[in-house]
Structure formats: C-alpha cells, structure tokens
Design a protein around this ligand. Structure first.
Ligand code: BMA
Length: 367
C-alpha cells in the first residue's frame, strides 16, 4: 500500500499530524511517538506487531536481520514487543532467554528502520520470589503495599526498568520512544497483580508508583499502555474499574486471544466486542488511542486466521495497532505468526498487502 492509496481509501492524510521542525524540537520522544500513533488512529490504519520478532523464530535464533514475519511477507512488523522479565534480578537474559544487550541493540535497529518498539514486563513475585504466575500467597498486591520493605523492593525493581528504558538511545544519542505496557492482563487471575490479588486501589497504586519512579528519573520517552484481558470483562464498567486515571495512560489496550474450543469463532467475536469494544469506547471518552494489545491463535492451526478472523475485527474496530505473541523455537506448539513453510503464508501476505495494515516500511513514512 502506498500512502497516497491509503489516503484515498480513508479520505484522510497521514501528513495531517506532521509538525514543523520547531514544533518537533519542543516535543518529548513520547509525544513524537504519540503523534505517530494518533496519525495511525486518525487514518483508520492498524500497525502490526510481533513479540520478540527479530530475536528468534520457529526454526532459528539470534541471526542478524532474521524475522519469521519478514521471511513470509518481505517486511518487518511495524511494532516489535520485548519483555523485561527478570531485569529485576540483574540477570543478563530475560525470562525467555533474550539477552538484554541484544534487546537493546535490536530496539535501536528497529527504531532506525522506522519501526516502533514496545515493552512488557513479566517480573518475579516480590513476596514469594516466584514468577509472575505465582499467586500462591493470597493478596500479593495488598501485602506489598502494607509492607515497606516489599514496597521498597518493588520500587527498586521498577527503577531498573526505568533505567533500561531511559538509556535507550539512537545513533545521535537521542532517547528512543517506546510503548510500555506494565501490569497487563490484570483482570485475569493468573498474575500476582491480577484481579484477586488486591483492591482496585491497590492496582491503581501500582501504576501511580510506577509513574512516580519514572517521573522522578525524568524519563520522557514512554507511551503508557493499559491492557486488561478479556477475563472478567463483560463490558465497559469492568474494563475501566481498575483504570488508574488519564494522567497515567495513553493507550487503551485489550488482550483477547483466540482459543481452540467449541464455537470458537462466535466466542472470540463476543470477547472482542466486550473487551476491545470497551477499549475503543474508553479511548473515545478519555481522549486516548485504542489498540488490540495482544491477540493470536496459538500454533496457528488454520491457514486463514489473519484474513478471515483478525481482519474482520480490524474492520469493525480500526485500532492503531495489533500485536501477536512470540514464535518460540523451544516451547512446543507456541507460535502466532506464520513462518516460511507454514500453510498460512499466502493468507498472511494478503494481510500484509491489505490497505488497512501497516508494517515497518510504511510505518517509516508515518512520522
Ligand atoms: C507467555 C509464554 C511464555 C513466556 C511468557 C513471557 O505467553 O510465551 O512461554 O515465558 O509469555 O514472555
């Protein structure tokens, strides 16, 4: 798709959000990124994202310039998501084995090619020392905020993510803007910051603490993404019930996966309507950007999921971006984008070629 073509299709221009040089100089890196996301949103275009895209794929790992997505459609995703899990331990590699130094280099490379980087954080449970999914001690969140030593530990850990993000610099030494999506899927029961682990106030305090730490360090390159999971979200009220407030969030996300289950298509559509529908409404009412922050069909067992399941969602809800999870080369049956040789290649190429979607080359034009 060319920019002219998309402008014709959506009767709008991507350049409308462009700033002159003086205005650009006055903007923080976060504001520049927000401007690009707004341009996408205003144009009815959706940027495609893939987790750990250039780190490893179905049959490879850590090869320069490799990407399952690029191997299939000739272009990198517009957005690459990375996860900071275990940075809090001082480890050299994050929880899925990606070295933090490698991650930093890839973030610089993706930014240089005009793409957008996004970060999530599957951190340890500060009470038990277990992983993000350790909910073995009741009310983890309430305990953390009731205990100064635990609050201090968490504050220090948040500071380590702030340092990593604040130190992301391009070749000219400028901070690279990123999206950060901490405390995701909090409406589910599976993370220690989940729905059963504290009150809505406790959850909001997580965000407030996070922003306090980042603001005190002067970090100005973060666009903040709020992303409830479809679990326990039956509409707008559930979606917004733990929302920390407009001053903490820029993007209203929704995490809604497709599962292999009876009547899967109807159930997925219903979950999308309840959760992504709420995100779109929240974005409209709060002046934010809407996004499908995580979705996918694990191991992609059908050949037409992108055009026949995901595309209709984007037609109904033209969100600024959609991200699918990782293509693991070690975890069995754990991939979400097609790879070379996958029977869904042609379908994915059609998804890439659609006037609605944006991959890295076109993202580079949206400044
Ligand atoms: C999950 C799976 C896990 C992984 C975690 C954090 O969805 O992919 O294997 O450890 O995300 O990336």
């Amino acid at each position: 798709m060319t920019i002219a073509a998309c402008a014709a299709i959506f009767a709008t221009t991507l350049c409308s959000g462009k700033k002159n040089v003086a205005e650009q100089a006055a903007e923080t890196p976060a504001e520049v990124l927000l401007g690009r996301l707004t341009a996408l949103s205003d144009s009815g275009l959706t940027a495609f994202g893939h987790h750990d895209d250039t780190a490893y794929g179905r049959y490879w790992e850590y090869q320069p310039d490799s990407s399952d997505v690029k191997n299939v459609c000739g272009d990198y995703p517009a957005i690459i998501n990375w996860d900071l899990g275990w940075i809090e331990t001082g480890a050299e590699k994050q929880l899925d084995g990606v070295p933090f130094d490698f991650m930093r280099e890839e973030i610089v490379r993706h930014d240089a090619r005009g793409g957008i980087n996004s970060l999530s954080w599957h951190l340890l449970n500060p009470v038990t020392g277990g992983d993000s999914w350790d909910t073995s001690c009741d009310s983890t969140l309430t305990r953390i905020f009731a205990d100064k030593a635990l609050t201090d530990t968490l504050t220090r850990w948040i500071g380590l993510t702030a340092d990593f993000i604040g130190n992301l610099r391009d070749a000219d030494g400028n901070r690279i803007p990123v999206m950060y999506r901490p405390w995701h899927e909090h409406t589910g029961e599976w993370f220690w910051w989940g729905i059963n682990e504290g009150t809505p106030e406790d959850y909001k305090n997580l965000w407030k603490l996070t922003r306090k730490v980042f603001d005190e360090k002067g970090i100005d390159n973060v666009v903040w993404v709020y992303s409830p999971d479809k679990s326990n979200v039956n509409g707008y009220d559930d979606y917004i019930s733990r929302y920390p407030g407009d001053e903490y969030v820029d993007v209203m996300g929704a995490d809604v996966y497709y599962f292999d289950e009876p009547d899967s298509g109807r159930i997925f559509t219903e979950r999308i309507d309840k959760t992504l529908g709420a995100a779109v409404r929240a974005a409209r009412e709060h002046g934010k950007i809407a996004a499908l922050s995580e979705t996918g069909f694990e191991s992609l067992p059908v050949d037409d999921w992108y055009m026949n399941t995901l595309m209709p969602v984007l037609e109904k809800y033209p969100v600024a971006f959609v991200t699918v999870w990782r293509n693991s080369n070690t975890k069995p049956n754990h991939w979400y984008a097609p790879y070379s040789g996958h029977p869904g290649e042609a379908d994915f190429r059609a998804f890439h070629d659609s006037p609605r979607t944006v991959f890295a080359r076109e993202m580079n034009e949206i400044r």
